[in-house]
Design a binder for this molecule. Structure first.
Ligand code: PXG
Length: 293
């Protein structure tokens, strides 16, 4: 299995050799941003969209990426090419860079750029067939006036604590609420519910969520398929009483949710709308993307 890692100008195929300084503020403070991208059958899916979001996250945290978007795109493609693989998970990270032990970002003259081209498995294959069970986490998603969830930052500790909570309950995933108690998203995925057969609901960005690229894809796909897509706040009660529920993310793709907080959703099996949307999404990942070589 081929792996390639780019770190500040160098490519490594030996994982152990790809290292950064312990003074890097990405490591010391979570001061940085990232993207998770996938390549399917030799093509990088939604590469431009991911790079655009990376630059938007950078603007938000006042980090100037020292390379142009086209150059980052080229480096992502080159890192993938060097793996010799066709199905790849790419982690693109830009941190504030090496500084001293204080917080001051002005002490970090050069951002660190890392591109990891490897594989990922988020849930075991049977979960895609049978669905996952989720809990509502006691950990709230960030308020928009703190570090907004719209920034894909290196600060994932809230999400990790929510994930830890799931294991205590023997569940697979956690749904996080915003500070007002509305459903925001899962720990690394967006959430959708289906009601009244053809209405697809997902929380709006202003509630404090990451505007997922898979989410955008599914919304567009669903509209084309004739669903009414509604971005509207909803509560856990709406999930309890939904016909179907599923999560979306680059890593997880689309995964059905069959149980939340001991309530069975619908008939407790992945629903027909989910299956239709999943097939549509898989068709897109098979037919689109930037070629690796
Ligand atoms: N919400 C959050 C909080 C996320 O971190 C998504 C939604 C889905 O976004 P995309 O653009 O991927 O549809 C994410 C995705 C992974 C992984 O391994 C993904 C994320 C974070 C950590 C791991 O897929 N972000």
């Amino acid at each position: 299995m081929g792996v390639c890692i780019y770190v500040d100008g160098n490519f490594y195929t030996d994982k152990e050799k790809a290292t950064i300084s312990v003074y890097d503020h990405g490591f010391l403070y979570g001061d940085g941003i990232f993207e998770g991208i996938r390549a399917y059958n030799g093509r990088i899916f939604k590469l431009k969209e991911h790079i655009k979001r990376l630059y938007q996250s950078a603007v938000s945290i006042l980090l100037t990426i020292p390379l142009a978007p086209a150059k980052i795109e080229e480096l992502v493609i080159e890192t993938c090419r060097r793996t010799g693989e066709k199905d790849i998970y790419i982690r693109l990270v830009v941190s504030r860079g090496k500084g001293d032990l204080g917080l001051d970002p002005r002490k970090c003259p050069k951002p660190t750029i890392i591109i990891i081209a490897d594989k990922i498995t988020l849930y075991p294959p049977e979960k895609y067939q049978n669905g996952v069970s989720v809990i509502t986490s006691s950990i709230r998603r960030n308020r928009p006036d703190t570090l907004t969830a719209q920034v894909k930052s290196l600060n994932y500790l809230n999400n990790i604590l929510a994930k830890v909570e799931t294991y205590r309950y023997g569940a697979d995933e956690a749904i996080m609420l915003n500070d007002e108690g509305y459903v925001s998203e899962a720990t690394a995925d967006n959430i959708f519910i289906i009601k009244n057969s053809n209405k697809l609901y997902t929380p709006p960005a202003y509630l404090g969520i990451l505007e997922g690229i898979t989410r955008g894809c599914v919304m567009e796909l669903a509209s084309k398929m004739g669903y009414t897509v509604i971005e509207e706040p909803f509560t856990t009660h709406d999930i309890f009483t939904a016909e179907e529920c599923f999560l979306t993310g680059t890593g997880a793709e689309l995964i059905p949710v069959i149980e939340i907080d001991e309530r069975i959703i619908g008939d407790g099996k992945p629903g027909k709308h989910f299956k239709k949307l999943l097939a549509g999404y898989q068709e897109l990942t098979r037919s689109e993307g930037v070629p690796i070589c």
